[in-house]
Design a protein. Structure first.
Length: 341
């Protein structure tokens, strides 16, 4: 993709405002859902924020426009003339999110992380490969360091995508630019070496950007991001009102298995209830002729009572005509081509 067009000033959000202005809503959400994957941690110093009613109009606009959804990249149709794209993604967090990233690892939590690589990932991939469905695996590099057998499991069928999900699921949105960049480069180098392919997709471990994330992704030549939530169709990310060429394949907490499946949380939902939410969302995407993107985690969806839900969802979707299952990378390349980017 095009890179190097972003100026130093456009890579930064407002200089006048503390960076924390950009994230209190997500931090509050994370405190509410208390799940064990992908979410940012609550920001203990959020109370230091200057409330929005004390900002100038210029400050409000500058903050909002720093990174914002631009034009829709929804294509007229998907590959093969399909009316809806189904993109399944799996964030292979394992031990990184269950203790390592905050340095508070315990034997019990690490064992739950090991379940992800040892049992859940093979179970998930077996289902996908049996059904002939390609998917995208967003992986903190350390997950592969800890259990490299996952590489062969994912590669076996030859149709899945490896994508970046940080080095150790670090909270990228809270890091200084040089640290964030170094960890991301380390992750890209490692993933390229062990998989034989340079990943082109990124999903932020925190599902959030620091003021520098977008600029770093552009510098490093990523084709797409899948961390933001401004639409349920693909779009181009704008920075300070200017198109960046960066494709966004948006996510959503209600299309994520982790928050509602956390047995220790206060919002636990039976898997078959969650299946109905996902079916309803797919029905909407099908009616619109747009895109259905679902985020899962092997260590969450890979339990016996939950994998049946993914199986049923796949069968339900396959019962529809003109559905295209693809990787995020295939979808990003398609929408880029269709938009003439
Ligand atoms: Zn994650």
């Amino acid at each position: 993709m095009e890179d190097g067009k972003m100026t130093q000033s456009s890579m930064q959000m407002s200089h006048r405002l503390p960076r924390k202005h950009a994230i209190p809503a997500l931090a509050a959400l994370a405190a509410l859902i208390g799940a064990t994957a992908c979410q940012p941690s609550p920001d203990p110093s959020a109370s230091e924020n200057i409330p929005g009613w004390q900002w100038s109009d210029e400050q409000v606009l500058e903050t909002v426009n720093a990174v914002r959804a631009g034009r829709s990249l929804q294509p007229d149709s998907w590959p093969g003339g399909a009316r809806v794209a189904v993109l399944l993604s799996f964030d292979v967090d394992n031990e990184t999110v269950l203790g390592l990233r905050y340095g508070d690892a315990t034997v019990g939590s690490l064992s739950k992380g090991q379940f992800g690589a040892r049992v859940a990932l093979p179970r998930v991939v077996d289902l996908l490969d049996r059904e002939g469905i390609p998917a995208s695996f967003f992986i903190p590099a350390v997950s592969l360091v800890l259990d490299p057998s996952q590489i062969g499991v994912i590669q076996a069928a030859g149709h899945h995508e490896f994508a970046i999900h940080g080095w150790i699921h670090e909270l990228n949105s809270s890091l200084e630019a040089d640290v964030e960049r170094a960890l991301l480069q380390r992750a890209v180098d490692y993933m390229t070496e062990v998989t034989g392919t340079r990943p082109l997709g990124y999903r932020a471990p925190s599902w959030n950007f620091s003021p520098n994330t977008l600029g770093i992704l552009r510098e490093m030549g990523f084709l797409y991001d899948s961390s933001l939530m401004a639409d349920d169709r693909p779009y181009e990310i704008d920075a300070n009102g200017e198109p960046t060429g960066m494709i966004e394949l948006p996510v959503e907490w209600i299309l994520d298995d982790a928050p509602l499946f956390n047995p220790l949380g206060d919002r636990y939902s039976p898997p078959r209830d969650v299946l109905q939410v996902w079916k309803d969302d797919f029905d909407g995407a099908y009616a619109e002729g747009t895109m259905f993107l679902l985020t899962m985690h092997p260590h969450v969806i890979g339990h016996r009572s939950r994998i049946v839900v993914l199986d049923e969802l796949i069968q339900y979707i396959k019962g529809h005509e003109d559905v295209w299952f693809g990787t995020h990378l295939q979808a990003a390349r398609w929408v880029k081509e269709q938009a003439g980017m």
